[in-house]
Structure formats: C-alpha cells, structure tokens
Design a binder for this molecule. Structure first.
Ligand code: MN
Length: 353
C-alpha cells in the first residue's frame, strides 16, 4: 500500500513515478533486488524485474503488477502510452545525469520532474510503521547483546581490531544479516577522531574505549555507541564522560514530536558548552536510521526539520580532545507525540573493566 500512499503524496502535477533506486524499490516492494524498475501510474503500478528475481517477486509483491523485464525502454514505452502518461516524477537525487539524458532521448515527449519524488520518498521513509520499528528493534537487540558479550572480552592488552572483529562475529552469529557499517572500536588518543578506524593498537589501562556498531535485520539498521573505561581513568576524563551523558539524557527528554532538529541539537550542545567543552563536540547530535544508516531527519545545528511521531533517530553527543581521548554515547529513539521510546537498553553509567 506504500505505492498508493506515494502516488497520493505526489499530488496531481505528475501522472506517473519512475523508481530506479535499489533502496526505494526495496522499500516499496518489500523485496531486495539489485536491478529492476517501478513505474507507478494513477491506475496501475508495475514492477519490471528480470529473470533472477521474477519468481520471487511474483510470490512476494502484491500491490504492484510484476512484469518480466526483457527490454526496459520498449516496455516502459508501451506502459507510458497505455496509460497516457505525460509527466513522470524521477528520483533526482539518485539518478545519474547520463541516465536522465538517456530517458529524455528515448522519451522526447515526456516531461521529467526530478525533485518531488526523492523528497516524498525520503519523508515517507523517515516515519516508520510498526513493522519497521520491530525490525529495527530486533537489530538493536542483537547489537546490545554483542555489547554485553564484549564486556567480558575487553581487557588491557587486546587490540582495537580484535574488539571490532569480535563484535562483528558475535552480531553475525546471532542473527545480523549484515553489519550496519564498519564497526568502530577506538581507544585512548585514537578515540578523538569520531569515525576513527580500529588499529592494531592495544588498549591500555587508564584509557577510554569507544565502540560504535550496529546490526542489519531485513534491510533495517541499528546504531549504538558506548564508551567504557579500562581500569582507573583521570577525574577530568570522568567529568567529561558525565558531561556527555547528561547532555545525551537532556536531549532524549526533549526528543518529542514538534521540536526541530536544530533545537534538539542545541539542548545537548548548550549543556556541553556550559561545562567548558564547547570546542570539543564537532559533529551533529544525531540522524534518522532505517533502510540506510544515515537518513532523514538530521539532528544538526542547521536542521529545520520538525520531528514527527514514529521517526527513529539517534542521539549521540560526544567530546573529543585531540590525542587525549574521545567519548560518545549513542541511543536510538522512537519519537512519540509527548514522549519517546528508547530502543537502546545497554547501561550508560561509566563501566570500568
Ligand atoms: Mn550514529
């Protein structure tokens, strides 16, 4: 039924939509494939898909007519004429210039509208259905059980790379179909780059270890970060940790429908600034999560987007002091009308191993 909703939201200025992007196609059909086209018209919608996926599509895809893809341009041409299509919305943010010129050359009488479709799809995807929320929650359960597992594995002398590999292996062994992104496990001075790459550096007593990781279930991603202490750490490092945690908790309290991305970002940023760490939080507070690890809405100082019920966002403030240490704490939140649900159950009080 997503396809009907899409056509309604596109309004009357176009009479068809041509979907060419893999993620959009999966979102609208519920089926993963590496090639294929959707042509949605006012009366009927078609999934043109090749032999490799045709049988599966016939079984799984109900709200589009499944057509065996043989000659895409000829088949599109037939459908365009059959439905009297004159203006087609295309995914401007995903289509290459050469692809667009090919369509324009093959269909000189058709007007291609390249901004609306991407916008409508991004907005639709940002608001999750109960089924989508359940998939993300399942992915998160796998990640947080990996976190519990890693607490037993981590000790001084183990390398960052071994920790990352252990997290990956655990998640894949316990139901993750893929990893959300390259797992981050960084310690000590290496932790001050937010997206640092795990190295062969051994973690040492007195350091922080930051782990940012996630699992994929049915195409939906999870995203979490925890920072833990190896042995005793300095008072200054502890203060910074609790500044990040308090900033995060404050922001979570404000993550309800109606607030803009920039106002939510400001809640955490103001707290970090007022504690003297304003220069050390150099990235956005969070982002939407779903079929892509980073999607709408953005929770950044520039984002005018208002949060809506059933958006899933991360809240991940940090403090990074060059060559000394880095701290980040990240939870995933389902936005509600007046409150929210935190999908991340892993403890946040400073853990010392
Ligand atoms: Mn994240």
């Amino acid at each position: 039924m997503k396809i009907n909703k899409l056509m309604t939201q596109l309004g009357n200025s176009v009479d068809a939509a041509l979907i060419t992007n893999d993620i959009s196609r999966r979102y609208l059909t519920g089926m993963k494939s590496s090639a294929g086209l959707i042509l949605a018209t006012r009366d009927e919608s078609y999934l043109l898909i090749d032999f490799r996926y045709y049988e599966e599509a016939r079984r799984k895809v109900n709200d589009l007519e499944v057509v065996l893809l043989t000659d895409s341009m000829k088949q599109l041409n037939d459908l365009i004429h059959k439905h009297g299509v004159k203006c087609i919305a295309i995914e401007g943010t995903n289509m290459s210039v050469s692809e667009l010129s090919l369509y324009q050359e093959k269909f000189p009488d058709i007007v291609f509208e390249s901004t609306m479709l991407s916008k409508v799809l991004v907005k639709m995807r940002s608001i999750k259905s109960d089924i989508e929320i359940a998939k993300i929650e399942k992915a998160q359960r796998i990640a947080e059980s990996a976190f519990l597992h890693i607490l037993d594995f981590v000790r001084a002398g183990v390398t960052e790379r071994d920790i990352a590999l252990e997290l990956d292996y655990y998640m894949l062994r316990n139901g993750a179909q893929a990893l959300s992104f390259d797992t981050i496990a960084v310690s000590g001075g290496n932790g001050s780059s937010p997206h640092g790459v795990p190295t062969c550096k051994k973690i040492e007593k007195g350091e922080f270890l930051t782990m940012d990781f996630g699992a994929v279930v049915d195409g939906y991603h999870s995203d979490m970060t925890r920072t833990i202490a190896i042995g005793d750490i300095s008072q200054r490092a502890q203060d910074a940790y609790y500044t990040v945690l308090d900033a995060q908790n404050k922001a979570i309290d404000h993550a309800v429908a109606g607030i803009t991305g920039k106002d939510l970002d400001k809640v955490a940023r103001d707290h970090i600034e007022s504690n003297g760490y304003g220069d050390y939080f150099g990235h956005a507070l969070g982002h939407g999560v779903g079929m892509e690890i980073h999607e709408e809405p953005r929770i950044s100082p520039k984002s005018e987007t208002k949060l809506l019920e059933n958006m899933i966002i991360t809240i991940e403030p940090g403090i990074y002091i060059s060559r000394e240490f880095g701290i980040r704490i990240e939870d995933m939140i389902v936005v509600g009308k007046k409150s929210n649900i935190n999908l991340t159950n892993s403890p946040k009080n400073l853990i010392k191993v």
